[in-house]
Design a protein around this ligand. Sequence first.
Ligand code: NG6
Ligand code: CA
Length: 486
Amino acid sequence: MSNPNVILLLADDLGYGDLSCYGGVGAQTPHIDALLEHGVRFADGYSTSAVCTPARYSILAGEYPFRNPDTHILPGDAPCIIGKEQGTLPKIFQKAGYRTAAIGKWHLGLGSGDLDWNKPISHTPNDIGFDYSYIFPATNDRVPCVYVKNRLVENLDENDPIEVSYDAECPFEDIATSERNPELLRMKHSNGHNNSIINGVGRIGYMRGGQKAVWRDEDLTERFLSEAEHFIKEDPEKPFFLYYALHQPHVPRVPNPKFAGKSGLGPRGDVIMEMDHCVGELTAFLEKEGLLDNTILLFTSDNGPVLDDGYMDDAERFNTMAQHRPAGPLRGGKYSKFEGGARIPLIVSWKSHIRPAVSHALVSQVDFAASFASMLGVDLGDWAPDSQDHLDAFLGGSIEGREEIFAEAANKSHFLRRGKWTYMQPSDGPAHDFTTNIELGNSRDHQLYNMEYDAGQRVNVAEIHPDLVEKMSRRIEEIKASARTR
Ligand code: NG6
Ligand code: CA
């Protein structure tokens, strides 16, 4: 049999409790749940960070974010933080003769510091292992709100050049901003998101020009799906790897009208429904093309959930009414050092190959690189230094995963999970963020939790296990001091 195709579906800010198959009370995600008819659901799957850029960096580069000092939430005009010479997940597939594409949200930077949005971009996904890319640069709440196809912004118009600024003060006198034109806003912001107004929504950063290039939030899902289908169909002779980064349920949550008001959970629930529908369409397409039996589908999320991430879309009220808990039983959410930050849904599905199962193997997204290298027989050399081969666990053939999970909160302090224990480093900073209403997990004390009895991390048992605390805190320091080698 020829090598299977691989599609990595990466949701944005989808929590551990947001899918019905993970016990989400208000969730309606039948198409993602259906992946489990031929799939493994991981109960202990992790990203390496409670925020986006670092988590995505680990997936693509196969190393922990602390190894690259640029792994912070990036502005929309940041340079690309993955080096052209670096080993990456898509390059592993390329080495094995695959064609590769990145579609959807990017947020790993573009250009080499000399970015002109009106010219070919020097450093894009195409320089780090993707043959084809169709992305938006950063997040759906950051400018520029445009599609970038390979090296060029789509629908450029030389008479209406694009300018972007992340300066504190708006440098453009003639653009709509939240301050000057509040009447143009159809969604109010609760925190930040008060710079340029694009498509009736306040964004982070200022953008001028490019009227023909600007996306409509309502169209993003269909646009990306049609690009994905086009890429899949293009060359049936070669296997493919598709990195498909869905933008839901990140803010601003603006669903296509087909889904608006449909979930009963407000806009956040509506866009999750839209995303689920999109996964259903993709699966049906693969079936129709006769590709489903030979395609491994991974579905996961970059980091945990947040309800109010800067816009007033009533997510908190809708979720409370429905008793829907986006992080499920876990404490904290996006940004947090508690498990709600980096323990995420993770499903691996392969029709006719995987028997339905729930796995408690400890697995991390950083392991995709070494696991697929192993599947393809690609020698990693010094690529992907923190990535481990857990292919058997991912495909449901083994219940053994990693010995330890190492991940960071938004403030870069770490936690370590070994077996049933999760240890959190002491850190400064507020225990609670009142803008997002998330418990961040910061404490000057060591924290240790028994995940077997206390998944919600309510009882800190550090004082009664000083030996474990000592051992696990030393281990964190050891990892941080370790060299970038395999
Ligand atoms: C924060 C934004 C938030 C979101 C996040 C990145 C404010 C107040 N908050 O700075 O809305 O965009 O960055 O999210 O601006 S992530 O999923 O890409 O990491
Ligand atoms: Ca995210």
